[in-house]
Design a protein. Structure first.
Lengths: 191, 355, 248
C-alpha cells in the first residue's frame, strides 16, 4: 500500500476485443475491495466499434471528485493506435505499460517509466491467446504497487461473467505471468 | 449497512427503482441508457413486476400514464431524443396530476446529435418541456450513489405531490461505474391515492381529466397547480455547497460537470485561490435563495460551468440578480469541460491570496 | 304500470353534448348496457379519446381517464398490465385510432393486450370541424378535401379491421353499423362478445368497429346519414366478423 494522499488516474486502451474494458473493471473492483475510493468510465458508442476501446479508472484514498481522466498518471496501451493517441497525455513521471508484441514504435518520452511487455507473446505461451490484457494488468499492478496481483486474482470471479468462469484459472496464471515478467526485467521499478 | 458493489449508473438506477417499489417499467431502447432498459427487462419479472418494451417513447410515456392512473408506481427511462417524444405525455401527466418518474440520461443534441454525454436538456426539463403552464421536479445526481438515493426520493416526491419527477443525468453518469451501497431509504408518509382509477366499487366514479372548458375551471386548475409548485419550492429545494464562505469565486455546476468543478476548486485552493462551489441537486425547484445569499458577499464573482452553451446560466443570473458578475464556461455537443479548462477560468477571475 | 324499458344504470341520466342524429349516444348506451348485463361496472376502467367522445366519462358511469390523442391503446396497456383483473376498454374515433394513434393500436394488437377497443368510424373529424379522416371515402367532401378526397393527394380510406385481422395478437374483430335497428342489435351482440372475451380472461385484443353517422359534417339530415352508411360506407367498409376465437 502507498502511504499518504494519492490520486492514481489510469487509462487502459487498445482495440475492441483486447479486453481493456474487462481489465479496467477488474482493476476498479480490486481497488474498491481494498477500501480505496474508485470510479470507472468506459468509452462507449461508436468509439468502441472497430476503433480504439478505452476506459478511465481513478483510484484514490479520498473520494473521487472528477472521474474523467485527461492526463493519466498511468497508461496501459495494448496497440499502436492507442500508444499514438494517449502517450502525449501521460503525466510527466507517469508509468506506461506498453504491449511490445503489437507495438513496434518507441514511446518517444524520456520523462516516464516505460515498461515494455510482450503481452500477447506471454499469453500465447500460456495457451491463453486472449490473455494479453491480464499480462498487462499484472505488470501494471506489480510496478505501481497500490494493489497486488493476489488482490486482483481474488476479485476476478466478481468481474468475469459466470459463463467464463472456466477460464479463471488460466487468467489468474496469465495475470501472474505479467507480474513475474516485471520482477524479472524491471526489478528496479518494483523496489 | 449493506456491502458496496461496483455498478454502472444505468443499472443502479434500475435497482434503486426496484428498492423504491416500482410496479411497472415501460421503455424503448436508446443509447446511452440501454443498460437501464435491459436491466429492468431482467429484474422486473424476477420481482414479479411488469416490464414492457414499448413501440416508441410516445407509447412508453402513455403506458406510464396508464399504470400511474391505477395508482401504481411507474417509470420510464430514455435519453434526449426520446424525452423529446415524451413531452406530449408529460404535459398530460401534469394536467392529470399523475405521479411518475422519468430518467433522462442526456446525450448531445440538437437532433440526432451524438451519444456522448451532454447537459443540453436543462431548459426542456426545468421549464416543463411540453405545452402549458407546468413544472416537473428535476433531480440532478452527481454520483452513482446519489443516483440510487435520489431515485428513491423521486418516487416519494412524485406520490406526495402528484407530479412527474425527472431524474436528469448524462451519458457519463449512466455508463460510469462507482461503488454503491444499495440501501433502501425509509419511505415518506404518503397520502392514499383515492383519485386512482381502480374500479368504482362502493364509491362514485373517479375521473382523470385535463380538458376543462367551462366556468373558468382551467384557470382555477392552473392556480391550484401553481400553489402546489410554490409548496414544492419551499420544502423540496436541495443544494450542496463547498468552501463557499470565504470564496472570491463561486463555481456553479450540476451533475458530472460539478465533479469536474470540484476537482478544479480543490486544485485552485492548493494554488492559494479562494474558490468555492455550489451544486444544485434540485434543478427545479432551483436553489435561488442559496445562490442569492452567496451573491450578497461583496466583490465575489460567479462562474457557471455546464456541458451546454449556457442554460442553467440563466437561473444563476436570475438568482444573483445583478449583485455579482456571472461568467460562463461551457462545452457542448458531447464535449466535457476538463479540470484544467475550468481552472484556467477560475485563475482569470480570482486573485491568488498569499497568506 | 309495468316498466318495459328503462335507462341502464351505467348510462348517466343527463343530456349529451352530441349533435342531433350523432351515433355516439347510441354507442355509449350499448356499451353501458353490456357493462350492466355482465355486471362489471365496479371493475371496468374506460379510456376516453380526443375527439367528439372526449366527454364519454360524463355519460358512462365507470372509472375513466382522458388521454392524449391516439394514445389510448398504450395507456390501456399500462392499466391492464398493472390491474389484469380489471376490464379495460378504449373508446376511440377514426382520427384518434386510425390516424394519429395508428402505431399505438397496431402494437397493442400485436402484443395481444387483453383489452377491448370500441372503434367509432364516422369517416370524418367531428370535434375540429369536419376535416378528412383516414376513413373518409374517396370523393367525400370535407373541410380539408373541398373537391372531394382524392386518392392521388390523400390516399385511400384506411380499413382498420382488415389490417388488424392478420395479426396473431387479435382475438375478435368485427365491423358493425349503427344505421338501423337490426344492425344496432348486431352492434350490441358484438360489443357484448368483445367484453365477454376479456371477462373470461382469454388471450388477445378485441375490437368492434361501428360505422356511425355524423349528419353535421356529412351535411345530411339524420335520416339521409343513415341511408348513406347503408348505401355508401358499407361498400368500402363491409360489415362482417373478420375474426373470432375458436369455440371451445
Amino acid at each position: 500500500m502507498m502511504a499518504g494522499n494519492f490520486l492514481e488516474e489510469v487509462i487502459i486502451a487498445g482495440f475492441g476485443g483486447q479486453g481493456v474494458i474487462l481489465a479496467g473493471k477488474l482493476l476498479t473492483q480490486t481497488a474498491m475491495k481494498k477500501d480505496l475510493k474508485v470510479s470507472y468510465i468506459p468509452a462507449y458508442g461508436p468509439e468502441v466499434r472497430g476503433g480504439t476501446a478505452n476506459c478511465m479508472v481513478v483510484i484514490s484514498d479520498e473520494s473521487v471528485a472528477c472521474p474523467l481522466v485527461v492526463s493519466p498518471t498511468s497508461l496501459i496501451v495494448m496497440n499502436k493506435a492507442s500508444l499514438l493517441k494517449f502517450t502525449p497525455a501521460l503525466k510527466s513521471g507517469g508509468l506506461m505499460v506498453m504491449n511490445r508484441t503489437l507495438i513496434d514504435v518507441a514511446a518517444g518520452r524520456d520523462d516516464i517509466t516505460l515498461l515494455e511487455v510482450p503481452a500477447d507473446d506471454i499469453a500465447l505461451k500460456l495457451d491463453n491467446p486472449r490473455g494479453a490484457n491480464m499480462v498487462a494488468l499484472g505488470a501494471y499492478v506489480t510496478a505501481r504497487g497500490i494493489l497486488t496481483v493476489d488482490d486482483v486474482a481474488a476479485c476476478m470471479p466478481d468481474v468475469l461473467a459466470k459463463r467464463y468462469h472456466d477460464t479463471l484459472e488460466a487468467n489468474i496464471k496469465t495475470l501472474k505471468a505479467g507480474a513475474a515478467y516485471i520482477r524479472e526485467h524491471y526489478d528496479a521499478v518494483v523496489s | 449497512m449493506s456491502e458496496k458493489v461496483l455498478m454502472c449508473g444505468n443499472e443502479a438506477l434500475g435497482e434503486a427503482a426496484i428498492l423504491a417499489g416500482v410496479d411497472g417499467y415501460f421503455g424503448y431502447p436508446i443509447t446511452p441508457q440501454n443498460e437501464a432498459t435491459a436491466y429492468m427487462a431482467r429484474r422486473m419479472p424476477e420481482e414479479g413486476r411488469v416490464f414492457v418494451q414499448s413501440e416508441s417513447e410516445l407509447a412508453a410515456i402513455n403506458m406510464v400514464m396508464g399504470a400511474a392512473a391505477t395508482g401504481a408506481r411507474a417509470m420510464t427511462s430514455s435519453s434526449s431524443p426520446g424525452i423529446s417524444l415524451m413531452q406530449e405525455g408529460i404535459s398530460y401527466l401534469a394536467g392529470l396530476e399523475l405521479p411518475c418518474v422519468i430518467v433522462n440520461i442526456m446525450r448531445g443534441g440538437p437532433g440526432l446529435g451524438s451519444i456522448a454525454p451532454a447537459q443540453g436538456d436543462y431548459f426542456q426539463a426545468t421549464r416543463g418541456g411540453g405545452h402549458g403552464d407546468y413544472r416537473c421536479i428535476v433531480l440532478a445526481p452527481a454520483s452513482v450513489q446519489e443516483l440510487v438515493d435520489l431515485m428513491q426520493l423521486a418516487f416519494d416526491l412524485a406520490d406526495q405531490y402528484r407530479i412527474t419527477v425527472m431524474v436528469l443525468g448524462d451519458g457519463i453518469l449512466g455508463q460510469m461505474m462507482e461503488p454503491v451501497e444499495l440501501r433502501k431509504l425509509p419511505r415518506r408518509d404518503l397520502p392514499e391515492k383515492t383519485w386512482a382509477i381502480t374500479g368504482a366499487r362502493g364509491r362514485p366514479q373517479n375521473i382523470l381529466r385535463s380538458l376543462l372548458m367551462t366556468d373558468n375551471q382551467l384557470e382555477l386548475h392552473n392556480k391550484h397547480l401553481q400553489e402546489k409548485y410554490a409548496g414544492i419550492c419551499k420544502s423540496e429545494t436541495r443544494v450542496e455547497q463547498f468552501d463557499v464562505d470565504d470564496a472570491d469565486v463561486i463555481c456553479v455546476a450540476y451533475g458530472i460537470a460539478a465533479r469536474v468543478v470540484k476537482s478544479a476548486v480543490i486544485v485552485a485552493r492548493d494554488e492559494g485561490i479562494r474558490a468555492g462551489w455550489i451544486r444544485p441537486i434540485t434543478l427545479w425547484p432551483f436553489p435561488t435563495d442559496a445562490i442569492g445569499m452567496a451573491a450578497e458577499h461583496k466583490g465575489r464573482e460567479f462562474l457557471v460551468v455546464e456541458m451546454s452553451c449556457g442554460q442553467m446560466l440563466e437561473d444563476v443570473r436570475l438568482a444573483v440578480n445583478g449583485k455579482a458578475p456571472v461568467r460562463f464556461y461551457g462545452r457542448a455537443g458531447g464535449a466535457v469541460p476538463t479540470v484544467e479548462e475550468v481552472l484556467e477560468q477560475i485563475r482569470k477571475i480570482a486573485p491568488v491570496i498569499v497568506d | 304500470m309495468q316498466t318495459v324499458f328503462s335507462r341502464t344504470p351505467t348510462l348517466k341520466d343527463c343530456t349529451t353534448h352530441y349533435c342531433p342524429g350523432c351515433g355516439h349516444g347510441l354507442a355509449h348506451r350499448l356499451v353501458a348496457e353490456v357493462i350492466d348485463e355482465l355486471d362489471i361496472r365496479s371493475r371496468t376502467l374506460g379510456i376516453a379519446p380526443v375527439g367528439c367522445a372526449v366527454y364519454a366519462y360524463d355519460y358512462i358511469d365507470v372509472d375513466m381517464i382522458e388521454v392524449p390523442h391516439g394514445r389510448a391503446p398504450a395507456v390501456a396497456t399500462g392499466m391492464k398490465r398493472m390491474r389484469p383483473n380489471n376490464i379495460i376498454f378504449t373508446y376511440q374515433g377514426d382520427g384518434d385510432l386510425a390516424s394519429i394513434g395508428a402505431a399505438e393500436i397496431l402494437h397493442a394488437a400485436n402484443r395481444g393486450e387483453k383489452i377491448t377497443v370500441i372503434f367509432v368510424n364516422n369517416a370524418v373529424y367531428g370535434m375540429t370541424g369536419g376535416q378528412m379522416a383516414p376513413t373518409t371515402l374517396l370523393d367525400q367532401v370535407t373541410a380539408t378535401t373541398p373537391r372531394g378526397r382524392s386518392q392521388q393527394n390523400d390516399g385511400f380510406p384506411l380499413r382498420i379491421c382488415e389490417l388488424l385481422t392478420v395479426l396473431p395478437g387479435t382475438a375478435y374483430i368485427e365491423r358493425c353499423s349503427l344505421h338501423d335497428p337490426k344492425h344496432i342489435r348486431q352492434v350490441k351482440k358484438a360489443i357484448r362478445r368483445a367484453f365477454e372475451h376479456q371477462v373470461e380472461d382469454k388471450p388477445g385484443l378485441t375490437l368492434v368497429e361501428l360505422l356511425s353517422p355524423c349528419p353535421t359534417y356529412w351535411r345530411k339530415s339524420p335520416k339521409e346519414a343513415m341511408a348513406w352508411i347503408a348505401n355508401e360506407m358499407t361498400k368500402v367498409f363491409p360489415l362482417q366478423c373478420f375474426k373470432e376465437p375458436e369455440k371451445s
